[in-house]
Design a protein around this ligand. Structure first.
Ligand code: UDX
Ligand code: UDX
Ligand code: ADP
Length: 467
């Protein structure tokens, strides 16, 4: 029979583990939730008034449960020992070297955490993979756990991928489209599945909690992200056709999205998708397909990432072309560094690619983002220390406001759709720009007519110049 979960431990206090388990704590007052991480600074931040990640609504959630049934700690072993159920929510970045470099997921952190569970646990546990992983990872975890467990300790593995999007994490967790749980189809596997299902049932309607096999669950996560990213690459491919023909991508996307078979969401053309998941998960799927001797399948998915690279480059090139084929020595303002609005996360942000392009052309760039720290921008541009900072220094200024970034800029390039960019005093900004003054809207978010009336030359992704 399924156990009743009383204590949960989450290994990994990151973008996924932190918000997910904080919401579980709030929704399940009878369960004690401990989130552990090896990173002391991160845990300290979770225990402070200044949480390590920015997410609307997260502060309230953490404050209402912290110290009651929600705890943050670096004592990984204690967390493991006490828990009935353990979420493994560590990072699984793309491998940088070795077999599958650039494609396969690096499972080092996941395996270390799994090994620790096996070594430390003195009683049976349900172990839940939360991190996005390649198919059949659960199998590897099970082998590690079984080979290292103490007598009398039994481990059940579940896959429970997280579908939250950054910037809306709390809303997504409160009201998920679905919760997916994968388990072995054995008695024990099904009992473990039921135990986790009962946790979510505290706030998610039962019919929205889907239970499937382990491998389906793992693949569904990769498939969901690949298909979402594919929509963006499709709409971005069409945006190039729009620019060349004078069609308008927002109108096209609106018309297409009205077909209920297609649906209207996730059809916004952009400078390209970023974030920690899309590219990583597709490359994962590419790697998987190749290992399964399905080269055509691999090629199909790879094209989604290639189109995304093309979109970023195309946008950057358009800036150069429009500024009369050279930006050397020119001042260009980049508005927005995060990969989307309402997050301070910059992983795979298109802004990085675009800024690098401008730096290669020896432009002087100014950057403003309301949530991203100066340190983070430097880490991104030096690729975490791989690229020397000195040559960049004289070409980069990080600003405290959009107005400051735009002052004297020959081009203003909007890369992230922060709401505040709509409300800027564009007249005032225009007064301080050399003529002709260009605005490049990489997010189709600005009022083109208003800006044109002020005097700006406005170039928007997915719209021809003849508007
Ligand atoms: C994504 C998935 O949405 C989520 O379900 C999964 O759990 C993790 O990966 P996230 O990366 O946080 O979430 O953000 P998302 O809103 O999906 O945006 C990803 C990127 O696509 C962003 O750069 C965004 O700007 C871009 N995007 C999104 C578009 O360019 N157009 C769109 O219509 C939607
Ligand atoms: C299509 C469009 O649906 C319609 O809007 C347009 O006006 C004309 O083209 P049609 O070709 O008649 O219509 O049929 P449709 O139902 O779209 O199916 C096309 C093909 O896709 C069929 O071979 C169908 O079997 C296949 N299909 C459809 C699938 O394989 N899987 C699906 O989920 C849906
Ligand atoms: P995600 O976006 O998937 O949540 P993050 O990088 O934000 O990824 O978070 C993963 C967290 O997992 C990091 O804070 C990292 O320190 C932590 N972590 C990685 N390996 C271990 C481990 N073996 N034990 C505890 N924490 C770990």
């Amino acid at each position: 029979a399924p156990i009743t979960v009383k204590k949960i431990c989450c290994i990994g206090a990151g973008y996924v583990g932190g918000p997910t388990c904080a919401v579980i704590a709030v929704k399940c007052p009878n369960i004690q939730v401990t989130i552990v991480d090896l990173n002391q600074a991160r845990i300290d931040a979770w225990n402070s008034d200044n949480l390590p990640i920015y997410e609307p609504g997260l502060d309230e959630v953490v404050k209402s449960a912290r110290g009651k049934n929600l705890f943050f700690s670096t004592d990984v072993d204690k967390g493991i020992l006490e828990a009935d159920l353990i979420f493994v929510s560590v990072n699984t970045p793309t491998k940088k070297s070795g077999i599958g470099a650039g494609f396969a997921a690096d499972l080092k952190f996941l395996q270390l955490a799994t090994r620790r569970i096996a070594e430390v646990a003195t009683s049976s546990k349900i172990v839940v993979e939360k991190s996005t992983v390649p198919c059949r990872t659960a199998d590897a975890m099970r082998t590690i756990l079984e080979a290292n467990s103490k007598p009398g300790c039994h481990f059940d593995i579940l896959s429970n991928p997280e579908f939250l999007a950054e910037g809306t994490a709390i809303a997504d967790l409160f009201k998920p489209d679905r919760v997916l749980i994968g388990s072995l189809q054995t008695e024990q596997g099904k009992d473990a599945c039921e135990a986790l299902k009962n946790v979510y049932a505290n706030w998610v309607p039962k019919e929205q909690i889907l239970t499937v096999g382990l491998w389906s669950s793992e693949l569904s996560k990769l498939a969901a992200n690949a298909m979402l990213a594919q929509r963006i690459s499709s709409v971005n491919a069409l945006s190039a056709i729009c620019e060349a023909t004078g069609a308008n991508i927002d109108e096209v996307a609106y018309a297409v999205g009205k077909d209920t078979r297609v649906g209207s969401k996730f059809l916004k053309a952009s400078v390209g998708f970023g974030g920690s998941c899309f590219q990583k998960d597709i490359l994962n799927l590419v790697y998987l397909s190749e290992s399964l001797h399905l080269p055509e399948v691999a090629k199909y998915w790879r094209a989604v990432v290639e189109m995304n690279e093309h979109q970023k480059e195309r946008f950057a090139r358009k800036v150069v072309d429009t500024l009369f084929n050279t930006i050397t020595g020119k001042k260009i303002a980049i508005l927005g560094w995060a990969f989307k609005k309402d997050t301070g996360d910059t992983r795979e942000s298109p802004s990085i690619t675009i800024a690098n392009h401008f730096l290669t052309e020896k432009a002087r760039i100014t950057v403003y983002d309301p949530q991203v720290t100066q340190d983070q921008i430097w880490l991104d541009l030096t690729n975490y220390g791989d690229i020397p900072a000195d040559p960049i220094k004289e070409h980069l200024t990080i600003c405290q406001s959009a107005e400051e970034a735009c002052a004297n800029a020959e081009a203003i390039v909007v890369c992230t759709e922060w709401d505040e960019f709509k409300q800027l005093d564009w007249k005032k900004i225009y007064a301080k720009c050399p003529r002709p003054a260009f605005v490049f809207d990489g997010r189709l978010m600005l009022n083109r007519k208003e800006l044109t009336d002020i005097g700006f030359q406005v170039i928007t992704i997915g719209t021809g110049d003849r508007v």
